[in-house]
Design a protein around this ligand. Structure first.
Ligand code: KIV
Ligand code: NA
Length: 267
């Protein structure tokens, strides 16, 4: 549950055991990942991962609600968190509440995640006060790619470092129950983890964070190129390619289907 995740970091003390989070977009993948995770994130990274879009900006509430519902159907143990898509929450706390309520009602998920710092603090407080648990997301915030000018690591300059730390404090203060810190210089990730009371989940951040998250397709090796912070735990793209090649060769050679795969009438 959300309170159980929050309680993993009591009184600013570091978590006893880091929190495990992965993204999931489909029911079957959620079923496989759920026993291993504390939280599953239905990330708006589904833009690139599932839909082949160039950024997360085109993602709609309908897409997030549909994939969120699929992931909830496939999980029974992990806290399911759904990303609020770009354009669905930034205008006002009221806009954010309507969008978040829709996501939770249509999916059955437990919480939403939104990107942003000080400017989003009133929105985080508004949602939290109305029964919607919120995960924050600071540092490299992909929905701001146009403003940031790319996906490079954040917090290299002292001014930007101070701004990101202030952002993290502001939304933690506003009441997020966990905070994703993405793509920042390692000392900044350590500083944020020590500065905010809620669990800090790192991605391209630090091993000292209170937990880690990765995009499932990245860590499975589904893409040729991935960010520096991705560890590839498998090479799925190559394995799928090899399986498809074997299938294609067997079909062309009439070697598939074999007797075991056909419905033969009884003699
Ligand atoms: O959309 C996503 O997958 C995310 C994680 C990388 C934190 O926001
Ligand atoms: Na995201």
């Amino acid at each position: 549950t959300v309170p159980a995740i929050r309680a993993r970091k009591p009184d600013m003390r570091p978590v006893a055991e880091p929190i495990v989070m992965l993204t999931a977009y489909t029911a079957r993948m959620a079923q496989i990942l759920d026993p291993h995770c504390d939280m599953l994130l239905v990330g708006d990274s589904l833009a690139q991962v599932i839909y082949g879009l160039p950024s997360t900006l085109p993602v709609s509430l309908d897409m997030m609600a549909a994939h969120g519902a699929a992931v909830v159907r496939g999980s029974w143990h992990s806290v399911v968190v759904i990303d609020m898509p770009f354009g669905s929450y930034e205008a006002s706390p009221e806009q954010a509440f309507a969008a978040a309520a829709r996501l939770l009602k249509e999916s059955g998920a437990a919480a939403v995640k939104l990107e942003g710092g000080e400017a989003m603090a009133p929105t985080v407080a508004f949602l939290a006060a109305r029964g919607i648990p919120v995960v924050g997301h600071v540092g490299l915030t992909p929905q701001a790619v146009n403003a940031l000018g790319g996906y490079g690591a954040r917090g290299r300059e002292p001014a930007e470092e101070a701004k990101i730390l202030a952002d993290a404090r502001a939304i933690a203060e506003a009441g997020c129950f966990a905070l994703v810190v993405e793509g920042v210089m390692e000392p900044l990730a350590v500083a944020i983890t020590g500065a905010v009371p809620c669990p800090v989940i790192g991605i391209g951040a630090s091993a000292a964070c209170d937990g880690q998250v990765l995009v499932i397709d990245d860590m499975l090796g589904m893409f040729e190129r991935t960010a520096r912070f991705v560890k590839r735990y498998d090479e799925f793209a190559g394995r799928i390619d090899a399986a498809a090649a074997r299938y294609a060769a067997e079909v062309r050679a009439r070697a598939f289907p074999e007797t075991a795969h056909i419905y033969a009438p009884k003699p």
